[in-house]
Design a protein around this ligand. Structure first.
Ligand code: PGA
Length: 298
């Protein structure tokens, strides 16, 4: 007879995951991996190229990088950064711009040389947007490509501002923001009517060229989009699902963000626990990510 368990013949997760009891521990584990990359490149006399995200999700991650700089002498002198996106119409000095966010949370407190910071210019004139986007892509290529891309995920499954409907091959470009994205941002702008309607974002194709990608997600609001990205079909309706195509991607989640995954289905649980190993997860364990982490294989 078919039981519920026999109806789950293969592992439904299509990307490697690390699930942590606490988001702070999770953010520190990701920071430890990034710090390891920066230090390894320093020893080799090479740069480390980071793709950076904004929003509430990576705040603790940046705080840990700043702590490592202050207390453990992590230098950013060899780091080159490219930010994922920026609201259209906001100058770099606007209090809600992602440029300001980055200066507050990472750039100002560390020794990252100004010339190595790359931000999209939300206030560029309309006629210059396409050239600005092309130049951004060229700068990424000239830097040798992105070594480590940090991502969050929107409640609609977006990565960067690649909203549902974004093509897998999309590059850095001007996009219209999804109504849900604008609603989620409205609090920051004092109401939806004041929230930007457009943004400039790296494309999904741009993101997928990064050599390592870590997507962080915390809280129940992210459980649905995380499940769609991890277990669902690859579809333009769930832009984060395109990450399933990447060889070195990992989702780093807290329990709440992992809460909708099939592994938490009672019939699946017993089997799922036996098989918790993967190369990315083992690397995180070696880098000190193990305490509090349950690591499972894709
Ligand atoms: P959040 O946004 O970190 O503020 O939740 C994530 C995203 O929209 O990518």
């Amino acid at each position: 007879m078919l039981t519920e368990k026999t109806l789950l013949p293969t592992r439904p997760e299509h990307v490697p995951l690390a699930v942590f009891a606490h988001r702070l521990t999770a953010a520190c584990a990701v920071a430890a991996e990034v710090a390891g990359l920066i230090r390894a490149r320093q020893r080799q006399g090479r740069t480390a190229v980071l793709g950076l995200a904004t929003g509430s999700t990576p705040v603790r991650f940046y705080a840990e990088l700043v702590r490592l700089h202050r207390e453990e002498r992590l230098s950013f002198a060899n780091v080159i950064t490219f930010n994922l996106d920026e609201y259209r119409g906001l100058t770099a000095g606007h209090p809600r711009s992602y440029g300001r966010f980055m200066r507050r949370h990472l750039f100002d407190p560390v020794d990252l040389p100004e010339a190595q910071i790359h931000l999209l210019d939300g206030a560029i004139p309309d006629a210059a947007v396409d050239a600005h986007c092309r130049e951004y892509e060229e700068k990424i290529r000239a830097a040798g490509g992105i070594d480590f891309q940090i991502l969050g995920i929107g409640r609609n499954g977006h990565i960067g501002f690649n909203e549902p409907g974004s093509a897998r091959a999309s590059r850095t470009r001007l996009v219209a923001l999804d109504p849900l994205t604008r609603r989620d941002a409205a609090g920051d702008f004092g109401g939806e009517e004041y929230t930007p309607r457009c943004a400039i974002t790296m494309g999904i194709g741009t993101i997928l060229e990064a050599r390592r990608i870590v997507l962080m997600a915390w809280g129940r609001d992210k459980a649905g989009p995380v499940r769609a990205a991890v277990e669902g079909e690859v579809t333009i309706q769930a832009p984060a699902s395109f990450l399933q195509d990447h060889d070195r991607v990992q989702f780093v989640l807290d329990h709440d963000a992992a809460g909708a995954l099939t592994r938490h289905h009672p019939a699946w649980r017993s089997g799922a626990r036996e098989n918790h190993d993967s190369a990315p997860a083992r690397r995180m364990i070696r880098r000190g990510a193990a305490p509090g982490a349950e690591i499972h294989r894709a």
